[in-house]
Ligand binder design. Structure first.
Ligand code: ASP
Length: 417
């Protein structure tokens, strides 16, 4: 009993996940419709947990960025972190999509993708998507409150940056408002701690339901395609984030993996970068990210940095092309790289959003959007891996930017580093 008491939250989260898998399997194999049982009785508890995380996202992002800007104190420092963050995010996403394309093309070339006859093309109607200019305009809110109530993250980030800069510009007159936001941030972080403590229960319920509903049968002939995506996820994780954690941020890869995995489990089970933001912030800060830096880098990453989604788009595009008997040319592959970067940026940090944006990539190379019907049924399984990778990428950036920011501070204060 005393050993149980000594276990830390990450261990409990891991236990929650394992128990969830076991209970999911037991329900699946011992009940006539185990999936219906877990969906009726366990999933709602998981949904409560996700809702609690989600309700925190807007307050966390708003108060953390405002107080981050205020305590960063100078707009130059913000700018310096800002552009480096965007370059880092774009570069890692480009690497991700190239890895995805290489793995999928190799799988296609050696002929391990399932034969077209063994696949079922479910009906897929594409939901309405926006054009690029519309997306750009949509980043700037016409109503601050609406951006909060819609939890439209890029808009919330814009509002927070303006408010923070306004507080700084107002000088003494703005100080009280700045203090209120800082105090609100402290309160929100406490509430976040309460919700994060519920993670083992949330993870247990969500995992049991995923396993019981998506039994092995559903994977069927798509096992190889899912396997190829996961292989590419893992390679990107080890190579790209390995280099980043050890060489760029000097945290060390093993220490990084140990520090980030509670957030990975939450991403894996909730399939939402937004919902994972609170725990990702906590894990990254514990590993040494500067809270002032991560409060800006992580919410931005949860919204625009989606390396896992980019890999998924590459793999899915090559797979769908191969189903229709089409060989993508090098030029088309380059097109996929560009559109997948844009589509992944446009993907919201919520469950299933990447599949909707996949349509944009398919269209860019003239593939039928209905091809999404091939993988529609198992998207959740792709999503679990891609969301996990998405949030890990954000964390590596927060650590690296914190290091760069510390170096910059040392340089400015005259010390050599
Ligand atoms: N679920 C992913 C995320 O939240 C987005 C996607 O569907 O690709 O990061």
């Amino acid at each position: 009993m005393s050993t149980l008491k000594k276990l830390k939250l990450p261990a409990w989260i891991f236990i929650g996940m394992l128990l969830g898998i076991v209970v999911g399997l037991v329900c699946m194999y011992t009940m006539a419709d185990g999936g219906a049982f877990t969906t009726a009785y366990l999933k709602p508890v998981g949904t409560i947990y996700i809702n609690l995380l989600k309700f925190l996202v807007v307050p966390v992002v708003l108060t953390s960025i405002v107080s981050g800007v205020v305590s960063l104190g100078d707009v130059k420092r913000m700018g310096s972190i800002g552009w480096k963050t965007v370059v880092y995010y774009l570069a890692t996403t480009a690497i991700a999509i190239v890895i995805g394309l290489i793995f999928a093309s190799a799988a296609k070339t050696i002929g391990i993708f399932p034969e077209a006859e063994t696949l079922t093309l479910e009906e897929y109607t594409r939901p309405e998507t926006k054009g690029i200019m519309e997306v750009l305009v949509g980043i700037f809110p016409d109503n601050m409150w609406k951006s909060f109530s819609d939890a439209s993250m890029l808009q919330v980030i814009v509002v927070a940056l303006f408010l923070g800069t306004g507080i700084l510009a107002a000088g003494d007159a703005g100080k009280k408002f700045g203090d209120v936001m800082e105090s609100a941030y402290a309160v929100v972080m406490k509430v976040m701690g309460f919700v994060i403590a519920l993670t083992p229960i949330g993870v247990f319920c969500l995992m049991a339901d995923v396993v019981a509903v998506n039994g092995p049968e559903i994977v069927g002939s798509l096992l190889i395609v899912i396997g190829v995506a996961y292989l590419a996820y893992i390679v990107h994780f080890v190579v790209c984030y390995g280099v980043s954690a050890s060489a760029l941020s000097k945290v060390g890869f093993i220490k990084f993996v140990k520090g980030i995995w509670p957030a990975m489990v939450v991403a894996f089970t909730t399939t939402s970068s937004n919902a994972t933001l609170p725990i990702n912030t906590e894990c990254s800060n514990k590993m040494g990210a500067d809270p002032e830096v991560s409060s800006f880098v992580l919410p931005l990453g949860a919204t625009i940095n989606m390396d896992g989604t980019a890999i998924y788009m590459g793999v899915a595009t090559v797979f769908i092309a191969s189903f229709y008997g089409i060989n993508l040319t090098l030029g088309q592959m380059a097109m996929v790289v560009v559109t997948a970067i844009l589509a992944s940026i446009g993907t919201a940090g919520v469950s299933g959003a990447g599949m909707i944006m996949l349509a944009m990539v398919l269209e860019s190379v003239g593939l039928p959007v209905e091809g999404i019907g091939l993988i529609y049924g198992v998207d959740k399984l792709f999503d679990m891996g891609r969301t996990t990778l998405n949030i890990v990428g954000d964390s590596t950036c927060a650590l690296y930017m914190s290091r760069l920011d510390a170096k910059r501070a040392a340089r400015l204060s005259g010390g050599k580093k």
